[in-house]
Design a protein around this ligand. Sequence first.
Ligand SMILES: NC(=O)c1ccc[n+]([C@@H]2O[C@H](COP(=O)([O-])OP(=O)(O)OC[C@H]3O[C@@H](n4cnc5c(N)ncnc54)[C@H](OP(=O)(O)O)[C@@H]3O)[C@@H](O)[C@H]2O)c1
Length: 253
Amino acid sequence: MTSEFLHGLFSLTGRRAVVTGGSSGIGREMAAALAHAGAGVTVVARREGPLREAATALRGDWIRADLADRVQVHALADEVVDRHGVPDILVNAAAVNPRPPMGELTEDDWDRTMRANLDAPFLLGQRFAPGMADRGWGRIINVASQQAVRAFGNSGAYGASKAGITGLTRSQAEAWSARGVRVNAVAPGFVQTPLTEAVFDNPAKIAALAGRTMVGRNGLATDFHGITVFLASAAAEYVTGQTIFVDGGFSVS
Ligand SMILES: NC(=O)c1ccc[n+]([C@@H]2O[C@H](COP(=O)([O-])OP(=O)(O)OC[C@H]3O[C@@H](n4cnc5c(N)ncnc54)[C@H](OP(=O)(O)O)[C@@H]3O)[C@@H](O)[C@H]2O)c1
């Protein structure tokens, strides 16, 4: 296998990427993978400190936006286009998971979750995918979850938003694949990040979740390096509309 062969399949040199949630956890490692493969990366989140830190480490830039606020989503898209033009690669990794039991889930919890987890990926896709299609090349990677296909406790709105994002992935793929845009979702298993901190406080639960995988451990954010480069690169030319589970076999055991 030659390095030219690998370069042709996987290099992202010259590509521009936007990664929402690129300041923490899985999104941060997805952004790192894109940067290491040669892409210029813009990370997006709410808190400035982690954004600055991630952008510095990745030699990229950052934009602050609350994706649960439509006005800010549109302003973010404008800012991205002003700085770099329409990106080649969009990763929608930002998400929230308020964890009240279903019976206590308020309309406000529902709305905030849907706006950040599902509406923002929709709006950013609407904004960037037509420009990607006009250029004849683009990649959208949406981050889903096990909860797209199965229920977990105290995650009612989150699970519904993640089921929605797998449908959005298929709709976006149907709309733009014929013009060079590939749209896929990645469904993580159970991964130790700030989002799952509350669960990681319970060693018995953690061991039980690891025991439900085939590989025998819970996920690491770095487990998403390979799938991200693959889906963002020429290697995924004939892969679109899919939800790919990166979960150590959790979903099939
Ligand atoms: N960890 C898991 O086990 C797991 C499992 C399945 C799926 N996932 C998915 O993987 C993705 C990343 O999760 P993670 O575990 O890495 O979580 P994380 O470490 O908590 O990261 C979430 C990121 O999203 C940003 N974010 C959250 N709400 C936002 C908002 N309203 N506007 C802008 N940015 C926002 C956060 O930054 P700020 O707080 O600064 O805004 C942070 O950068 C999510 O889509 C999640 O649903 C995770």
